[in-house]
Design a protein around this ligand. Structure first.
Ligand code: COA
Length: 181
């Protein structure tokens, strides 16, 4: 079922979460240049204009298809896309979602991921059926762990050999936030 797009862009601190636009293709190229991002998501490691446009189209299709939300993380002041924040809602019938986020390499270390995850989580609680948002983070990924903790997520354990990334079975730390109140 098609998901409704929020009438007001979710926001926190210096960012807002908005729909992807064609102009954000530049960000897709920056993502592709990162050694890790293409291994954990759908960004191709080799990107050209057509591939970047196709990736943006796929992000927009997620809410249409009812599988979740993919937001561009934009700097509130400039509206420039600096990253991605997504909420996968495939387990919404069970009250659960999985969050994800990435920030473009040149834009890291400025609090964008923390603000994006706070905005994404607040938006999540506007979905009545949602009670729990999970994050799956590799234990070495201190930047992502700090981001999760700064946004109020708690570590629940280590999922050993949870999934394959870049051809290797990986342990994942499970973090989660629960609907307030
Ligand atoms: C993880 C990621 C999203 C963090 O983005 P960011 O915008 O640089 O993060 P922020 O600036 O909001 O920082 C959030 C916290 O992490 C800390 N942090 C950021 N980079 C760090 C690093 N390289 N080492 C240690 N801590 C780091 C910050 O100090 C901050 O904590 P603090 O507020 O307690 O000081 C970014 O590194 C990234 O896109 N990595 C590749 C994709 C990825 O790993 N996504 C997550 C998959 S689970």
């Amino acid at each position: 079922m098609r998901l409704t797009w929020p009438s007001e862009a979710p926001s926190a601190g210096s960012v807002l979460l908005r729909p992807w636009r064609a102009i954000d293709a530049r960000l897709v190229a920056e993502f592709a240049s990162d050694s890790y991002i293409p291994t954990i998501g759908s960004v191709p490691a080799q990107v050209d204009d057509d591939k970047a446009a196709a990736w943006i189209s796929r992000q927009l299709a997620r809410a249409e298809q009812g599988t979740g939300y993919s937001f561009a993380v934009a700097d509130k002041r400039t509206d420039r896309a600096v990253g991605h924040a997504g909420l996968s809602l495939r387990a919404l019938d069970s009250g659960r979602a999985v969050g994800g986020y990435s920030i473009s390499p040149p834009c890291r270390g400025r609090g964008y991921a923390k603000d994006a995850l706070i905005a994404l989580t607040g938006f999540g609680w506007s979905i009545p059926a949602l009670h729990r948002i999970e994050l799956y983070i590799e234990p070495w990924n201190i930047a992502s762990i700090r981001t999760a903790e700064r946004a109020g997520y708690l570590r629940e354990g280590l999922l050993r050999s949870h999934q394959e990334i870049d051809g290797v079975r990986r342990d994942m730390a499970l973090y989660a936030a629960l609907r307030p109140g």
